[in-house]
Design a protein around this ligand. Sequence first.
Ligand code: DOR
Length: 428
Amino acid sequence: MSDSLVIKGGRVIDATGTRDADVLVEGGHVTEIGTGLRGDRALDASDAIVAPGLVDLHVHLREPGGEEAETIETGARAAALGGFTAIVAMPNTEPPQDDPAVVSSVLGKGATSLCDVHAAGAITIGRAGAALAPMGELHALGVRIFTDDGACLASAGMMRAALEYARSLPGAVIAQHAEDETLATGHMHEGEWSSRLGIPGRPAAAEELVVARDCMLAELTGTPVHFLHLSTAGAIDLVRAAKARGIRVTAEAAPHHFTLTDAACQSFDPCFKVNPPLRTAADVAAVKAGLADGTIDAIATDHAPHPTEAKERTFEEAPPGMLGVETALALAITELVEPGVLPIADALARLSWGPAAIAGLTDHGGPIALDAVANLCVIDPLLEWTVDATKLASRAHNTPYDGRRLTGRVRHTVLRGEPVVTDGEARR
Ligand code: DOR
């Protein structure tokens, strides 16, 4: 039996509400909530928020195959520093997570990391869209989110087959990277800026066509569809309308889609290249509105590390993607909470219990209550800091926020009762 840990003097915020309280943790679980609590060890939470650990539905850990950009260990460390106690590793590894052996290896390495690592399974073999992956076998290993992310599952018939098969797998969700690849052939949002810069574009319609179609397929099959990284006003309107009709769809948005516009591409810096692309100011406003009214259930980072030399190519040649896990919470506080787009409790809902519910995680995101597994984060909501790409824990440095001043930072992260981040420093 481990010794006791008290998280002292914080404001506890979870799905049940807000109260000022100490939280006592023993044996990996919350054993008391109250005032004046004592423990063998203490974490200071004065002037801070104590929340359920954050949950990221969308992280690229690059292992196996891309270890020069990130490993499971470095990505999980970066995530813990960002307040995440659980992350879902996307399947576009090399070889891909379409195979029980690959998924088992990812889960095995994740088990010794600084946050819980869950694996998304590919929907189709090789993420190639032609034949279903062994979804049942992957589900038996604990996979709940199936996606060909990085690639859109283009065939409506294959999407229907996946949805029908997933119905027999409790808790399974089919997650779509909604970009019609016959339209999304360019390198940035198709609009005024792409014309000015002479960079071929990816129109909003590429995303919206797939979202419209998959809302229909969710309705046809009755199986839930989760939309990854929504970025256009039209796509968010489609999801809002589908939800109003009772169709089982959920959606996430990435921090870069509520903080950056396509105008950033005028620098020709490939750090701003991402799929789906940075959109217009009107789209950014729509993402914020979707987060505020709950049309978008989750903030998910699409953390996509790339080696420096790959991001030093030209805008057209560089791979898409940007780091996310260490800046997501601060971007939500700076760009959503401080300007009054949504209250901090709603931001935490989108970062913790909203995504936990989609992934079916019972040990993360739940109320901070007696006997709950102690997966927690302690947040300094007012601390200002400047992003320094060279100081991030990820192996790669491709953040678009280098030099940006942000408010809000993780002070401590507690994984199953053990501090994995203390005073902003990750455990070695
Ligand atoms: O920009 C992106 N990068 N979007 C994706 O969907 C995949 C990701 C990656 O794996 O680099």
